[in-house]
Design a protein around this ligand. Structure first.
Ligand code: PHE
Length: 344
């Protein structure tokens, strides 16, 4: 213990001597370590009271330290200013550099970039719409009136302000579908939107965080049909998950699409054969369907002339499905634990 302490003091003193800029500073260092009350001198005083074995070892190290410091002081005192400068400026160009730690984009940002690029290739433009929304855009315009049971599936954080006369209550958007009517009002068809943003629902668990991300596709044009929707999903599945994956549509119900589907993709582990993880070969990607005429009407689009499809899938969800076991708990995404984040 004491030996270690002496070594540390010695190193401290030597580095101070190297850095000293004047005679005064050298003298200060001498006093601090070797002066009558200096740190090394204090230790030397304690040595006689140690037990025999420790005494011999500590004495030797303390004397060596004292000598090393004295020599360094002498050398430093003899240095001319020119010599000192040379030492300070000495630079070993062959010494390996110190790499600054390099960060990278968060997993979710990486996924968002990838999804954006995949859809950009087939003409979709990435947009973002408000996270703090009106009831009208989040529900009413999507054919979900206030008392409709379907709204219970979209549990919502409401904001405690008086409701807007026209747009209703203020809330944190529970899905990216809130961007559908906003997009229709902002642009005339053809519309090819990919709206990627944060969504909020009061759920917390292994596969739920109260804040999560969705990507919402919306395509509106003349003659759009389910074949287009299916083709787009096939394309996305192959680009994002790899060439071996297949998708299927299952009938479902959403008030804002008709017909509506749940989209499944073959399991990444067994590729559709059925395994312990997926049971029957398929895992669920998310919802989709043909845009309901009521929604088109709210967006000011003539449903006799135009049709469209929409889908809304979870960014974290598709990430988890892609990286499999590396992501056993969704909450890890937002725990800021570098041990987790550095894996990606
Ligand atoms: N908004 C739906 C959800 O959050 C998903 C969806 C989007 C379904 C678009 C159909 C069309 O679950």
């Amino acid at each position: 213990m004491i030996a270690e302490k002496i070594q540390n003091l010695k190193n401290e003193a030597l580095s101070q001597i190297l850095k000293a800029k004047s005679e005064d500073e050298l003298e200060e260092t001498r006093i601090a370590y070797l002066g009558r009350k200096g740190q090394i001198s204090q230790i030397l005083k304690k040595i006689p009271s140690l037990d025999r074995e420790e005494r011999a070892q500590a004495g030797k190290i303390a004397n060596e330290a004292k000598e090393a410091i004295e020599n360094a002081l002498k050398r430093a005192q003899k240095q001319t200013p020119a010599e000192k400068k040379k030492i300070e400026e000495w630079f070993d160009i062959s010494a390996p550099g110190i790499r600054p730690p390099l960060g990278h984009l968060h997993l979710v940002s990486q996924a968002i970039e990838e999804i954006t690029a995949i859809f950009a290739k087939i003409g979709f433009t990435r947009v973002r719409y408000p996270e703090v929304e009106w009831d009208f855009n989040a529900f009413e315009s999507l054919n979900m009136q206030g008392d409709q049971p379907a709204r219970d599936d979209f549990e919502t954080f409401y904001i405690d302000v008086p409701p807007h006369q026209k747009w209703g209550r203020m809330l944190l958007t529970p899905h990216t579908s809130s961007g559908q009517v906003r997009e229709m009002k902002a642009h005339k068809p053809p519309i090819r939107m990919i709206n990627i943003g944060k969504c909020y629902r009061p759920n917390y668990g292994v596969s739920h965080t109260p804040m999560f991300h969705q990507f919402e596709g919306l395509l509106i044009n003349k003659g759009v049909h389910i074949g287009h929707l299916k083709g787009t999903f096939d394309y996305f599945a192959k680009e994002f998950f790899g060439p071996k994956r297949k998708i299927r549509l299952r009938p479902f119900n959403f008030p804002f699409t008709e017909p509506s589907f749940e989209v499944d993709i073959t399991c990444g582990i067994c590729l559709g054969k059925g395994c312990r993880v997926c049971k029957e070969g398929w895992v669920e990607l998310g919802g989709a369907g043909m845009v309901h005429p009521v929604v088109l009407k709210h967006g000011g689009i003539d449903s006799k002339k135009y049709t469209g499809y929409a889908f809304g899938w979870g960014v974290e969800r598709v990430m988890m499905m892609k990286s499999g076991l590396k992501l056993p708990d969704l909450r890890l995404m937002y725990s800021n634990d570098l041990r987790f984040l550095n894996q990606f």
